[in-house]
Design a binder for this molecule. Structure first.
Ligand SMILES: [Zn+2]
Ligand SMILES: [Zn+2]
Length: 152
Protein backbone atom coordinates (compact mmCIF):
# COMPACT_ATOMS: atom_id res chain seq x y z
CA UNK A 1 0.00 0.00 0.00
CA UNK A 2 2.28 2.82 -1.18
CA UNK A 3 0.15 5.93 -1.16
CA UNK A 4 1.22 9.31 -2.43
CA UNK A 5 2.20 10.58 0.99
CA UNK A 6 5.83 9.65 1.46
CA UNK A 7 7.10 9.04 4.93
CA UNK A 8 10.45 10.47 3.98
CA UNK A 9 11.56 13.72 2.41
CA UNK A 10 14.07 12.78 -0.30
CA UNK A 11 16.59 10.06 -1.02
CA UNK A 12 20.31 10.46 -0.49
CA UNK A 13 22.05 11.07 -3.82
CA UNK A 14 24.88 8.71 -2.92
CA UNK A 15 23.49 5.77 -1.01
CA UNK A 16 19.77 6.20 -1.87
CA UNK A 17 18.87 5.93 1.79
CA UNK A 18 15.72 7.79 2.73
CA UNK A 19 16.20 11.15 4.41
CA UNK A 20 13.30 11.60 6.85
CA UNK A 21 11.25 14.74 7.27
CA UNK A 22 12.45 17.25 9.84
CA UNK A 23 15.98 15.95 10.04
CA UNK A 24 19.53 17.10 9.34
CA UNK A 25 20.90 16.44 5.89
CA UNK A 26 23.83 17.75 3.89
CA UNK A 27 24.20 19.62 0.64
CA UNK A 28 27.26 20.46 -1.44
CA UNK A 29 28.47 24.06 -1.36
CA UNK A 30 29.28 23.93 -5.07
CA UNK A 31 26.55 25.88 -6.79
CA UNK A 32 26.06 23.43 -9.64
CA UNK A 33 25.30 20.69 -7.11
CA UNK A 34 23.15 23.00 -5.07
CA UNK A 35 20.84 24.24 -7.79
CA UNK A 36 17.16 23.61 -7.30
CA UNK A 37 17.02 21.41 -10.38
CA UNK A 38 20.11 19.38 -9.54
CA UNK A 39 19.32 19.35 -5.85
CA UNK A 40 21.91 16.89 -4.61
CA UNK A 41 21.16 15.89 -1.03
CA UNK A 42 23.18 13.63 1.25
CA UNK A 43 22.23 11.76 4.39
CA UNK A 44 25.71 12.12 5.88
CA UNK A 45 29.02 13.86 5.32
CA UNK A 46 30.57 10.61 4.14
CA UNK A 47 27.91 10.31 1.43
CA UNK A 48 28.73 13.87 0.41
CA UNK A 49 32.42 12.92 0.46
CA UNK A 50 31.71 10.13 -1.98
CA UNK A 51 30.44 12.46 -4.71
CA UNK A 52 33.41 14.88 -4.52
CA UNK A 53 35.85 12.77 -6.62
CA UNK A 54 33.03 11.87 -9.02
CA UNK A 55 32.38 15.49 -9.86
CA UNK A 56 35.99 16.54 -9.52
CA UNK A 57 35.42 19.30 -7.00
CA UNK A 58 38.40 21.31 -5.85
CA UNK A 59 37.21 23.65 -3.13
CA UNK A 60 34.11 22.15 -1.70
CA UNK A 61 32.52 21.45 1.62
CA UNK A 62 29.31 20.01 2.96
CA UNK A 63 26.66 22.33 4.34
CA UNK A 64 24.24 21.24 7.02
CA UNK A 65 20.54 21.70 6.25
CA UNK A 66 17.31 20.62 7.82
CA UNK A 67 14.62 18.89 5.83
CA UNK A 68 11.05 20.23 6.08
CA UNK A 69 8.54 18.80 8.50
CA UNK A 70 5.88 18.54 5.85
CA UNK A 71 6.28 16.92 2.51
CA UNK A 72 5.47 19.97 0.42
CA UNK A 73 7.64 21.93 -1.93
CA UNK A 74 6.80 25.22 -0.30
CA UNK A 75 6.91 23.97 3.25
CA UNK A 76 10.49 25.06 3.82
CA UNK A 77 9.50 28.64 3.20
CA UNK A 78 6.42 28.31 5.39
CA UNK A 79 8.48 26.81 8.17
CA UNK A 80 10.88 29.74 8.05
CA UNK A 81 7.99 32.16 8.38
CA UNK A 82 6.58 30.27 11.34
CA UNK A 83 9.92 30.31 13.08
CA UNK A 84 10.20 34.08 12.86
CA UNK A 85 6.68 35.35 13.49
CA UNK A 86 7.76 38.73 14.88
CA UNK A 87 9.85 39.65 11.87
CA UNK A 88 7.56 38.12 9.30
CA UNK A 89 6.52 40.59 6.65
CA UNK A 90 4.73 37.96 4.61
CA UNK A 91 1.38 38.63 3.04
CA UNK A 92 -0.36 35.93 5.04
CA UNK A 93 -0.93 38.04 8.15
CA UNK A 94 -4.15 36.11 8.67
CA UNK A 95 -2.24 33.18 10.06
CA UNK A 96 0.69 34.87 11.75
CA UNK A 97 1.46 33.96 15.31
CA UNK A 98 0.68 37.05 17.36
CA UNK A 99 1.94 35.82 20.69
CA UNK A 100 5.54 35.23 21.73
CA UNK A 101 5.51 31.45 21.99
CA UNK A 102 8.56 31.17 24.25
CA UNK A 103 7.15 33.66 26.75
CA UNK A 104 3.77 31.97 26.65
CA UNK A 105 5.36 28.61 27.40
CA UNK A 106 7.45 30.18 30.16
CA UNK A 107 4.39 31.71 31.75
CA UNK A 108 2.39 28.50 31.74
CA UNK A 109 5.37 26.60 33.09
CA UNK A 110 5.94 29.12 35.90
CA UNK A 111 2.27 29.21 36.82
CA UNK A 112 1.60 25.50 36.68
CA UNK A 113 4.68 23.51 35.76
CA UNK A 114 2.79 22.33 32.69
CA UNK A 115 4.02 22.04 29.16
CA UNK A 116 2.36 23.85 26.28
CA UNK A 117 1.60 22.17 22.99
CA UNK A 118 2.61 23.93 19.81
CA UNK A 119 -0.88 24.61 18.52
CA UNK A 120 -1.83 26.71 21.56
CA UNK A 121 -0.10 29.74 20.08
CA UNK A 122 -2.27 29.49 16.96
CA UNK A 123 -5.51 29.40 18.92
CA UNK A 124 -4.39 32.28 21.12
CA UNK A 125 -3.41 34.23 18.03
CA UNK A 126 -6.91 33.69 16.67
CA UNK A 127 -8.38 34.97 19.93
CA UNK A 128 -6.08 38.02 19.85
CA UNK A 129 -7.23 38.70 16.29
CA UNK A 130 -10.88 38.53 17.38
CA UNK A 131 -10.20 40.93 20.27
CA UNK A 132 -8.31 43.27 17.96
CA UNK A 133 -11.09 43.23 15.36
CA UNK A 134 -13.57 44.20 18.08
CA UNK A 135 -11.32 47.00 19.30
CA UNK A 136 -10.84 48.25 15.76
CA UNK A 137 -14.62 48.43 15.37
CA UNK A 138 -14.90 50.39 18.63
CA UNK A 139 -12.21 52.83 17.55
CA UNK A 140 -13.95 53.27 14.18
CA UNK A 141 -17.23 54.04 15.85
CA UNK A 142 -15.52 56.75 17.88
CA UNK A 143 -14.06 58.17 14.67
CA UNK A 144 -10.50 57.47 15.83
CA UNK A 145 -7.58 56.25 13.80
CA UNK A 146 -5.82 54.88 16.87
CA UNK A 147 -6.86 51.74 18.68
CA UNK A 148 -6.66 52.44 22.40
CA UNK A 149 -6.67 50.26 25.51
CA UNK A 150 -10.24 51.24 26.32
CA UNK A 151 -11.43 49.81 23.00
CA UNK A 152 -10.87 46.31 24.33
ZN1 LIG B 1 23.65 8.51 2.06
ZN1 LIG C 1 29.10 18.71 -5.27
Amino acid sequence: MQLEAQSYWRKCTSCKKEIPLGTIYWVCNVSTCNRKRTGLVFCSVSCWDAHVPVLNHRDSWAEERKSPFKNQLESEKIKMENLTPTTSTGTSSENDTLVVVSKLKNYIRTQSGMNTSGDVADILSDKVRILCDGAIENAKQQGRKTVMAKDF
